[in-house]
Write a protein that binds this ligand. Structure first.
Ligand SMILES: [Zn+2]
Ligand SMILES: [Zn+2]
Length: 339
């Protein structure tokens, strides 16, 4: 499928022989998602942990509500379960194809209608606005597994999964985050419009729409509509996303770079519609597929491919097989040979 590889890394390298593989981010007018190994941990003492009780209470309520929602599933109409699935997919795409692959990594280009769509469904996922999500994510890549990484996985599974949202950020995250080049995000009117209207947009997209549609259009009970497509779906998308930060930084092979923590985790890839190939992704963050394997367990890649076919997306960055193989031989753990 030629439309998927409109400009491969090898093409760029051929055109610019002086460009090294790991500098390829320059082609996207941003490089702040490339690992910066010059930063090292500051010495102790560690700053005190300040719990954000508002977030603790809200997250407890959400997860209790989502668990309660499981018991409403048998009573739900099939069309409501289908709607909940649609809401799950849309909100997940808002994060994976939107906040992540488009806005954090600039791994492809999207026309205005697609950017508007992705911003709208991103609000359905309610994971902070695109600007903040992309800033946190770039600093996660640039200073991965250090104090400047917002969900530093060396602090354990719980911290990297949800704990990081329940306490104040480490000062290094704020300090390093301020130094990132976010000019591309500031220049994107869609991103800034969503940021200005974020509260209203999450109220409508994450809570009102998922609940009211089944209740109004096919007479679903209000409780089922609120607990299943709204709360349960929201909690599932959150946890699927968080597993990329926790499980995919701990469990799995490192075929591309054994010197970094992120791992290849197919189970996470299934839950997070394509985002579990995390050793690959941290090695080549500019690849629009976030994986060596294109469409395998990767609905997000299928979605971006479809958008390319429709003319709404273009310029998908892909890494050549030769570059991948060279990297595997140079820094991989050898696991690709057995699988
Ligand atoms: Zn990561
Ligand atoms: Zn990323």
């Amino acid at each position: 499928m030629t439309f998927r590889s409109s400009q491969t890394v090898s093409t760029i390298i051929e055109q610019s022989p002086s460009l090294k593989h790991d500098d390829i981010g320059a082609d996207r007018n941003m490089t702040d998602d490339i690992l910066d190994t010059t930063y090292t941990k500051k010495v102790d003492p560690k700053p005190p942990i300040k719990i954000v009780w508002r977030n603790v209470i809200l997250m407890c309520l959400l997860h209790i509500g989502a668990f309660y929602g499981l018991f409403f599933i048998p009573a739900a109409k099939p069309i409501t379960l289908a709607w909940a699935t649609v809401c799950f997919m849309l909100s997940a795409l808002g994060v994976t194809a939107g906040a992540h692959r488009l806005w954090s990594h600039r791994s492809y280009k999207a026309k205005l209608p697609l950017r508007i769509f992705l911003a709208v469904v991103n609000s359905m996922a309610f994971q902070n606005d695109i600007y903040e999500w992309a800033r946190d994510h770039r600093v996660h890549h640039k200073f991965s597994e250090t104090d400047a990484d917002p969900h530093n996985a060396t602090r354990g599974f719980f911290f990297s999964h949800i704990g990081w949202l329940l306490i104040r950020k480490h000062p290094d995250v704020i300090e390093k985050g301020k130094k990132l080049d976010l000019s591309d995000l500031k220049a994107d009117k869609v991103v800034m419009f969503q940021r200005r209207n974020y509260k209203l947009s999450i109220l409508v997209m994450c809570f009102i729409l998922p609940t009211v549609i089944p209740w109004y259009f096919w007479n679903e009970s209000f409780s089922v509509a609120f607990y299943v497509p709204c709360l349960l779906r929201y909690a599932l998308v959150l946890n699927a996303t968080w597993l990329v930060n926790s499980a995919a930084h701990m469990y799995g092979n490192q075929p591309y770079d054994k010197t970094i923590n992120p791992r290849e985790n197919p189970l996470v890839a299934i839950g997070a519609i394509g985002e579990g190939f995390h050793n690959y992704h941290h090695t080549f963050p500019f690849d629009y597929s976030s994986s060596e394997f294109g469409l395998k367990f990767n609905i997000t890649t299928g979605f971006i491919d479809l958008m390319c076919l429709l003319g709404l997306a273009s310029n998908c960055k892909r890494v050549s097989k030769e570059t991948i193989m060279a990297r595997k031989m140079r820094t991989g753990d050898g696991s690709h040979r057995s699988g």
